[in-house]
Design a binder for this molecule. Sequence first.
Ligand code: AMP
Ligand code: ZN
Length: 113
Amino acid sequence: MEDCLFCKIAKKEIPSETVYENDSLIAFRDIDPQAPTHILIIPKEHFASLEEIPEEKKGILADLLLAARQIAKDKELSRGYRIVLNTGKDSGQAVFHIHFHLLGGRQMTWPPG
Ligand code: AMP
Ligand code: ZN
């Protein structure tokens, strides 16, 4: 999608620190990390949010989560990690191209802010 920051990152039109990539998804370091490890995992295809993933493409969600699990393993987050999927305005979603946050390397707190 034109004028989408994460589509541009997926197409390498904007640089990012890529940590994992396959045909359908890409993972890169968050520019403003909230934990020692903070990685964003996105499908290369544009969907604004979870709300826009059609039923027939639900496999994308499993692919993103399993990629997050693999990256957590690669980054040795053996003590645990948190996966966040902000969806919509009240959640704080700022970039409207679906992305999972993978956070780790420190003790997380609850409730989230
Ligand atoms: P959200 O609030 O869930 O939409 O998260 C958007 C995330 O994208 C934030 O954590 C930002 O720090 C991150 N971000 C914004 N621009 C970039 C960029 N150019 N490269 C990497 N991460 C970015
Ligand atoms: Zn996009």
